[in-house]
Write a protein that binds this ligand. Structure first.
Ligand SMILES: Cc1cc2nc3c(=O)[nH]c(=O)nc-3n(C[C@H](O)[C@H](O)[C@H](O)COP(=O)(O)O)c2cc1C
Length: 216
């Protein structure tokens, strides 16, 4: 499909049909996604295709606890409010979390890990949480979602499991010196959210400085 159209219409999908996704298709998706950029081209990604239902249930239980905590926290948080489901035809996120409750039926569950030995944290010395490291893994995650879209699949990148990394590590066999960066769910969507809601360019782009004038 046209690249610009894909960029503008690839919404999150959290409900999937029963149609299975063959391993060859997963390999093709990963084979496209591996061309994503990473710092120093170190390609720090590892992917576990989680098929075992007992493993899925254990990680879903961990994610559910995080989800419940996060929803509670977001009511008093300094973070911008959730915009889940703001996209015109998105399904609002509810509690209980259907995606996690039905994890056994999700066609593809991918656990994504990043090798911390292969990531240069350029901002690690600053007196704030580092952010640059994620730049070496999340483009790869997004490329997985775009490569899936190109094949008629859809899904969602999630980070619930990162908060429970200590408990999840032995369950998914997380290698030493790796971080659990994301869990990606894929399948043929029951509904694909294509009318996305995002802030306009005028709200985030300025000239010369972040307090500069608007572009054009
Ligand atoms: C870094 C990152 C973390 C995310 N974490 C979660 C998550 O833990 N759970 C979840 O359901 N969705 C998660 N999402 C999906 C976002 O909620 C979704 O991309 C956003 O709400 C836009 O949805 P839309 O494309 O349907 O408009 C995450 C997305 C990103 C990029």
């Amino acid at each position: 499909m046209d690249l610009v159209e894909a960029l503008r219409t690839t919404g999150a999908a959290r409900k999937f049909t029963d149609q299975p996704v063959d391993d060859h298709l997963i390999i093709d998706i990963l084979d496209d996604a591996r061309f994503a950029p990473s710092g120093g081209n170190r390609q720090p990604w590892r992917v576990a295709v989680v098929k075992d239902l007992a493993i899925r249930r254990r990680v879903a239980d961990l994610m559910t606890t995080v989800w419940q905590q996060y929803r509670g926290e977001s009511k008093q948080s300094t973070l911008a409010p959730f915009a889940f489901g703001r996209s015109t035809n998105a399904t609002p996120m509810a509690e209980p979390n259907e995606l996690l409750d039905n994890i056994e039926h999700v066609p593809v569950v991918l656990a994504l890990a990043a090798d911390l030995k292969s990531i240069a944290l350029m901002d690690a010395h600053l007196d704030r949480p580092p952010i640059t490291g994620g730049g070496s893994i999340y483009p790869f995650c997004w490329s997985i979602l775009l490569a899936a879209r190109a094949r008629g699949l859809a899904g969602v990148m999630t980070t619930f499991l990162s908060r429970a990394e200590t408990e999840a590590a032995p369950i998914v066999g997380l290698p030493q010196d790796h971080a659990l960066a994301a869990t990606i769910f894929l399948g043929y969507p029951v509904h694909l959210n294509t009318k996305l809601s995002r802030a306009p360019v005028s709200e985030f782009a300025t000239v010369d400085r972040f307090d500069g004038g608007r572009l054009a």
